[in-house]
Structures are given as structure tokens and as C-alpha cells.
Design a protein. Structure first.
Length: 343
């Protein structure tokens, strides 16, 4: 059985590489549907093969509404071609909607249509499964829950002391926001909350590449005492050292389905602050996360205070048990079962 994966690997996220390597380890033959080559490459697929796509919106979306329609039509023809040739189409739904969706009605129409064309759909939690069933009118039998794998051992320590780099005292309390900085990730709320709780002993690191909108906002933030802004793409070789230098990771996202960043924090056994959502219950135990109500104006501020108290209690959550459930070999076997119709 041949699997045509889009994408097979990614320079921005190790998720695809880890998934592909684990599937190869489980005996699967994985071919690369490179970005922008979907329509050309699927012509090589044969009856019985599988086309597995992760971020479906790249195939049809465009900021120009006319081009959106044209690309959507071409993609519909492509899906019809796959169906006629008895090639399985599988979609891993990472987000209910793309974060940059501009034309919501067209987006919803396309995603409902794609769900009908797909033979099977994979989601990372039971909560996402319920949302997909409701939003896109998908029968439960078409959806398979396979968790997002961990990042244990992926990012190696290089020996950089980031507390020393940023002149942060060894006994200081350090919060970290890590990842692409976009409006939906709530960085404005994070800065406001940090400024409400900070002391001489507390620091906030904001690390990641900001989009145009957020770059403009961050340039005009006035109260930046004890806030370190590393507004650039953080290279993979720096990730482990940076996370190891902090006490708490904060993810004040306004939209969450499955968070790779949260699983990254889990992999490094870091206490995480994030808004209350069903994803937490399926991936973490209570002592690993400080959750808050995003509708509460003081929710994030209070959570940041609570996190420091949790840190001082020096608890030892059972990370090993939780991470064992996210082993890539287990995930690969589950996806292989989905491919073969045993899921």
C-alpha cells in the first residue's frame, strides 16, 4: 500500500517528519506530495493507494474571491478523479477552520464538501470529533481519533544559557510565549496580564516571528520592563535551551483545537497556562496545566499568579504516563489501522 502524504515533511514543524518516519517504521511506503504539486503528483497514484492531506486549505484557498472559486473547482475535479480511480482520500483535520480564513461561507462550504469526498477523517481528540460532526455534518463512523505525538528527544540541548543571554537572574520567575505571533494567539492579553502581576523577580519572554499586524502592535508597547522580545523565527537548535530556561509556558490563544505548542511544553515537562478547553482534559492531568476562563477579564492575570504558587509547591506530575500515550510508534499503528480499514 502506497501513501501519498501532503506534506511528508516540513521545515517549520517536526510533526510531519515524526509522523512519516513512524509510519515508515511501521512498514508503510510514504511518497511526498510536495507543496504546490498536489494536482501533478496525484496522477501517479494508482487504485488502492492513499492520498493523505493535512492542511487541506492550501489546495483551494486564495485571498482573491475569484481565484478562490477557480482553485476550489480544480480541487473538486481532483477529488472526483481520486474517487473514480478508487484512491482513498484521507484528511487529518488539525483546525476546524484555517486561522486566516477570509471568506467564511465559501470556506465552510468547501470543508463540508471535502468531508463528503474523503473516505476517512482523522482528528486528534474526541472534542474535535464532536465539533466536526456538528459543523460539517459528518457521520461518526467516518471519523477516527488519533492523538498528536510528543516531541521527546526531538530538540537537543546546545548548552546556551538563555538566562545569561537575556540577563535574567537565576532565581527569577520566567514565563515564555513561544511560536508564531499572530492576533489570534492573544499576545496583547498576555502582555497586559504580565504587567499586572510582574515584580522585580518576574520576566516574560516572547519568542517567535510576528506577522505584520503584530509587529506594528509590539513596536508601540510602552511598558516593556522585564519583557524580552525575540521577534524572529527561533531555530530548532535553540528550542530546548530556551524552554529549559523558563518556569512556565503561556498559551493565551483565542482559538484552540489541538496545540502542538502545548504538546511541546508537555514534552519538556513544563507547567502550562492556557484557556479552559476540552483539549486539556484529553492530553493533560490537572497538575500540568493552569487553566482559566477566557471570558473573565482577570482570568489570565489570576492564572499567572496561580502558576507561580504551583511552581513553589514543587509538584511532580506523572509526565511519563501521559507521554507514553503519545508515543509515535503507537500513533503510527493507529493510523496504519485507519488506512487498512481496521481503525
Amino acid at each position: 500500500m502506497k501513501v501519498w502524504m501532503w506534506p511528508k515533511s516540513s521545515e517549520l514543524n517536526f510533526y510531519n517528519d515524526l509522523l512519516t518516519n513512524s509510519l515508515c517504521g511501521a512498514g508503510m511506503d510514504i511518497k511526498d506530495l510536495k507543496h504546490g504539486k498536489l494536482m501533478l503528483k496525484v496522477g501517479q497514484a494508482k487504485p488502492g493507494d492513499i492520498v493523505h492531506i493535512h492542511w487541506m486549505h492550501h489546495a483551494y484557498q486564495n485571498r482573491n474571491p475569484l481565484l478562490f472559486i477557480v482553485k476550489s473547482f480544480i480541487f473538486i475535479i481532483t477529488m472526483m478523479y481520486l474517487k473514480m480511480r478508487n484512491i482513498q482520500l484521507i484528511w487529518t483535520i488539525h483546525n476546524l477552520y484555517p486561522h486566516n480564513a477570509k471568506y467564511h461561507r465559501m470556506e465552510r462550504y468547501m470543508r463540508r464538501l471535502i468531508c463528503r469526498f474523503c473516505n476517512k477523517l482523522i482528528v486528534a481528540s474526541e472534542s474535535i470529533k464532536r465539533k466536526v460532526m456538528t459543523e460539517f455534518d459528518v457521520p461518526a463512523k467516518k471519523l477516527f481519533v488519533v492523538k498528536h505525538g510528543h516531541y521527546l528527544g526531538v530538540y537537543k540541548r546546545e548548552g546556551t544559557d538563555f538566562r545569561q543571554v537575556y540577563n535574567i537572574p537565576e532565581d527569577a520567575d520566567v514565563y515564555l510565549f513561544l511560536g508564531a505571533i499572530k492576533a489570534y494567539k492573544g499576545v496583547e492579553d498576555l502582555i497586559e496580564a504580565f504587567n499586572a502581576v510582574k515584580s522585580k523577580q518576574s520576566y516574560l519572554i516572547i519568542a517567535g516571528k510576528a506577522d505584520v499586524e503584530m509587529t506594528a502592535y509590539l513596536k508601540h508597547v510602552k511598558d516593556i520592563d522585564n519583557i524580552i522580545m525575540e521577534l524572529q523565527f527561533i531555530p530548532n537548535e535553540s528550542i530546548a535551551d530556551l524552554i529549559s530556561a523558563v518556569d512556565v509556558m503561556v498559551m493565551p490563544y483565542k482559538e484552540i483545537t489541538t496545540s502542538g505548542s502545548a504538546i511541546l511544553g508537555l514534552s519538556f515537562k513544563k507547567l502550562i497556562i492556557m484557556p479552559n478547553n476540552d483539549f486539556i482534559d484529553e492530553y493533560f492531568t490537572e497538575d500540568m496545566v493552569v487553566r482559566y476562563d477566557p471570558s473573565d477579564d482577570n482570568g489570565l492575570t489570576n492564572a499567572m499568579k496561580v502558576a507561580l504558587n504551583v511552581k513553589k509547591e514543587n509538584k511532580s506530575p506523572n509526565y511519563e504516563k501521559v507521554l507514553k500515550e503519545l508515543e509515535w510508534s503507537t500513533i503510527a499503528q493507529k493510523i496504519k489501522n485507519v488506512y487498512q480499514g481496521w481503525g
